[in-house]
Design a protein around this ligand. Sequence first.
Ligand SMILES: C[S@@+](CC[C@H](N)C(=O)[O-])C[C@H]1O[C@@H](n2cnc3c(N)ncnc32)[C@H](O)[C@@H]1O
Length: 230
Amino acid sequence: MDVTEVVHWGRDLDEYCQMFALTDQDLDKRILGCSDGPACFNAEMTRQKRSVVSFDPLYGLPLAHIEERVRHGAEFGRSYSSAHRHDLFRWGTQGYTNVDDVADRHEAAMSLFLDDFRTEGEGQRYVAGGLPELPFADDSFDLALCGHYLFLYSHLLSLRYHLDSIHQLLRVAREVRIHPLIDLTPARSPYVEPVINALRAEGHHISLLDLGRYERLANGGNVTLQICRR
Ligand SMILES: C[S@@+](CC[C@H](N)C(=O)[O-])C[C@H]1O[C@@H](n2cnc3c(N)ncnc32)[C@H](O)[C@@H]1O
């Protein structure tokens, strides 16, 4: 199945904690959820009285269009997961036993996002816009997370775009975490090494966080890139 555009397919807080290796201490930071889209990370964190600003072009659309994108994302995600069930996932490591478990969990997360967004709307917690620009002042956040967008859509986004986007994320937050590092073939994105080399040459501190038993995706999908500003 060809993926010709970015899919709206979101995850829950528990999955965010695992894919970004978030500790309780991390959750108390000022967090930017870049490309959060229809994830319910913000909704669940807000219930816990924690602070997240989610940023995504999705939030600028009329509500009916957002609902339609989420519906389409849910359908596409279910059939894509089914088509790639042998090469994309590591079964059993995350309590997932089959494609329907994965899809059902995403649908529950997106439904929670929609409930929250219907009440909250675009504004303080959900900010509309798109990388490589970020409409936030320098150091507005302690930690910026970007899940299932950079690297994953390498066939649609250039290396220059990745570097510009990461520079922006590092401008608004001292620490950035990106997950996963695979593209949709699925194999490690060809941009991972050049991005790491460029950022290291600029003096930033790079770590590859091994997510250990939390190996939800195949081909190195259990690694998160952590960049700490120099
Ligand atoms: C697969 S979803 C990931 C949702 C969430 N981060 C997660 O991991 O569950 C990818 C998101 O990237 C967003 N996106 C597309 N273009 C973008 C851009 N220029 N800047 C930031 N995010 C973008 C999409 O709108 C979509 O919500």
